[in-house]
Design a binder for this molecule. Structure first.
Ligand code: DQA
Length: 146
């Protein structure tokens, strides 16, 4: 059976394309998802997508992913810096989890330098724009082969 990877996009990422393009680039979320879908086929994975602007909805999706997925890619967006609840949900998972940010959070305002997720995920990719999602999928693919 093909391994399935869940991609979670946090708040305001539905506005990509229009949202601070100098920070986040010009790709829309649909374009990022389409590129990920195409790449997943090439490397023999399946991907599902979930976007929400609501913390509880993201927590519930992470809980539900426990038995349904082999890996998780998550851009917690603004919740990166505030959500103990999302951090706790990630701790429920026994699978590779990649935290991703389009911008380099360490080059920005100091409140973005701290991620509540960084020490409970497998690894973090930050600052590579939309390409970072492809890197994250490749990372999960390699981790699942080990
Ligand atoms: C972000 C960085 C966060 O600090 C910010 O709140 C976002 C997007 C990124 O992808 O660069 O919404 O996660």
């Amino acid at each position: 059976m093909t391994d399935k990877v869940l991609v979670i996009h946090g708040p305001n990422l539905n506005m990509l394309g229009k949202r601070e393009p100098e920070q986040y680039g010009t790709s829309t979320l649909d374009e990022i998802n389409t590129d990920l879908k195409n790449h997943s086929r090439k490397i023999g994975l399946e991907v599902d997508f979930f976007q929400s602007n609501h913390e509880g909805a993201i927590v519930e999706k992470i809980q539900d992913s426990r038995d349904a997925y082999a890996g998780l890619i998550i851009n917690p967006a603004g919740y990166t810096h505030s959500s103990v609840a999302i951090r706790d949900a990630i701790l429920l998972l026994d699978m590779p989890v990649i935290e991703i940010h389009l911008s380099n959070i360490y080059k920005r305002e100091s409140f973005r330098h701290h991620s509540l997720m960084s020490d409970v995920v497998t690894g973090q990719i930050t600052g590579f724009g939309a390409q970072g999602y492809i890197m994250a999928l490749d990372a999960i693919s390699n981790l699942l082969k080990k």
